[in-house]
Design a protein. Structure first.
Length: 485
């Protein structure tokens, strides 16, 4: 990577000590915070987490080939604290706060590499939209994209520090839960294109209202490039009212529900859980008429078609042809934890375990409703919903019953409100049951698998990340294997 030890120290205001000063102007190979990922010639940044202090692994990082440790402690202090002489070898950049140093280094590096950055935020669908946009742009450019859940104040700088000379565009997912966070993310990423997927009911504990969410998400514009572009969901009642940002007129994408949409998807033909066909209508800013692109969207649900429209909107800005846009959309693959279909011989699982809020819950229930089998939803607590949490959980319960699901299993303390509302509304056609925690559900599945999950059914698993529904996803196939003969 095009970054030297000396530049790292200058970027974060650190003091260099130890090592070979003649090496300070040589480029490092990488910057990581996990000592297990250290490369020869790389930098290990020792962060202090809730459970692990990275300073304990500096000696291990040097043994793995690191040429620099960014540390809050001097090598002499660490040698005394750990009793490890190995702490005295190697070069150190000593700073007051290594997490802040990570952000400072990433900001410096992003400005130095200079490639276009597409920043993506929103309440729901950030990751899927990121995949669509990256997939489309990859038809013409060499793209770096956010991996996994690296979308916060640690993940975003680590993503930026993965940019290499071969990359031509970076697609960066940006997630927040409070005011000021997006301002700091924007300062690092300095996006050339800003995409907002929607303004939904999430992180209400801190942001209070959807207007608060809009304000917090709009901080993405704080450090947008001077000639930047903005792509907004024209179907969202909050976003469609945005007429300009710092002199920039937004581009709107959608499903044809807003006359201002420059890119919208129509003629949608659903193929159930196999995806959809659609026609993208693209209106140019200067040329008359419109372009129409027939696309195959391989992931199910109308919200995925909307993601395809967002990708086409960004693709148009980057000069992609109709054929490139269509190929990019058709090649999208599901991401684990987000509407990922897992086909077992006994049943089908919809893995949407990564996170949840009321809007994404409703979208997932709609997706389950497309199945032509018995429909079962296992829904858990949604966190950070603030003072309206009980009512919002109840609303999801009512929505699930009205969607015509055959069975609804509510899991967790907050999900009791989901259960109570669903029970009050459900008739004989919908079975509703409550489980106080994940383990109690697993016990019932273990003892009565065929009763709770009849053969041939489709099962949705969705809850906030803290509910650890990924363990359910791991356990259910094993229970089937052990109980079905």
């Amino acid at each position: 990577m095009n970054l030297t030890i000396r530049e790292i120290a200058e970027a974060c205001g650190g003091k260099l000590t130890g090592g070979n000063a003649a090496e300070y102007d040589k480029c490092v190979s990488s910057v990581v915070i996990d000592s297990r990922k250290v490369e020869a010639g790389g930098v290990f940044l020792a962060t202090i987490g809730e459970r692990v202090d990275g300073h304990k692994f500096i000696s291990q990082a040097f043994s793995a080939g690191a040429v620099l440790a960014v540390s809050q402690k001097t090598p002499e202090q660490l040698a005394v604290e750990t009793g490890t002489e190995g702490m005295n070898r190697g070069c150190y950049c000593v700073v007051e706060d290594t997490l802040q140093a990570l952000k400072d280094i990433a900001e410096f590096y992003r400005r130095k590499v200079g490639i276009p950055v597409v920043g993506i935020t929103g309440s729901v669908g950030k990751t899927s939209t990121k995949e669509f946009i990256a997939g489309v742009l990859a038809e013409k450019y060499r793209v770096l994209k956010t991996e996994g859940n690296y979308n916060n104040e640690i993940g975003v700088p680590l993503t930026l520090l993965r940019i290499r000379p071969e990359h031509q565009v970076a697609v960066v997912e940006m997630g927040i839960s409070d005011f000021g966070e997006m301002h700091r993310l924007s300062k690092m990423a300095r996006p050339d294109v800003c995409v907002i997927t929607n303004i939904g009911q999430c992180h209400l504990e801190n942001l209070k209202t959807r207007d608060g969410i809009l304000k917090a998400k709009s901080e993405i514009f704080d450090f947008m490039a001077e000639n930047g572009e903005i792509c907004l969901n024209g179907e969202d009642d909050k976003l469609k009212e945005v007429s300009e940002v710092n002199g920039h007129k937004p581009h709107f994408f959608g499903l044809g529900g807003n006359e201002n949409e420059e890119v919208f998807a129509g003629e949608i033909v659903s193929h159930g859980l196999s995806g959809s066909d659609a026609v993208l209508h693209i209106f140019g800013e200067t040329d008359s008429g419109e372009k129409r692109i027939s696309v195959q969207v391989p992931l199910p649900g109308k919200h995925m078609v909307l993601n395809a429209a967002a990708a086409a909107c960004v693709g148009r800005i980057f000069g992609l042809s109709e054929q490139e846009i269509a190929r990019g959309i058709a090649g999208i693959e599901p991401v684990s934890g987000r509407n990922h279909l897992i086909s077992l011989k006994y049943c089908t699982l919809i893995d949407d375990c990564y996170n949840a809020n009321p809007a994404s819950m409703r979208a997932a229930i709609d997706l389950l409703g497309m199945a032509d089998t018995e429909k079962i939803a296992i829904l858990g607590d949604m966190f950070e919903l603030g003072e309206n949490s009980d009512a919002l959980h109840a609303g999801v319960g009512e929505y699930a019953v009205n969607a015509g699901l055959n069975r609804l299993y509510c899991v967790g303390e907050n999900a009791r409100h989901m259960y109570e509302a669903a029970t009050a509304l459900a008739g004989e056609e919908t079975a509703v049951e409550y489980f106080p925690d994940r383990d109690s559900l697993l016990d019932s599945l273990k003892n009565h698998l065929r009763e709770y999950l009849p053969e041939g059914c489709t099962v949705l698993l969705k809850a906030s990340h803290g509910m650890e529904f990924g363990r359910l996803l791991e356990s259910i196939p094993l229970l089937i294997e052990n109980n079905v003969h």
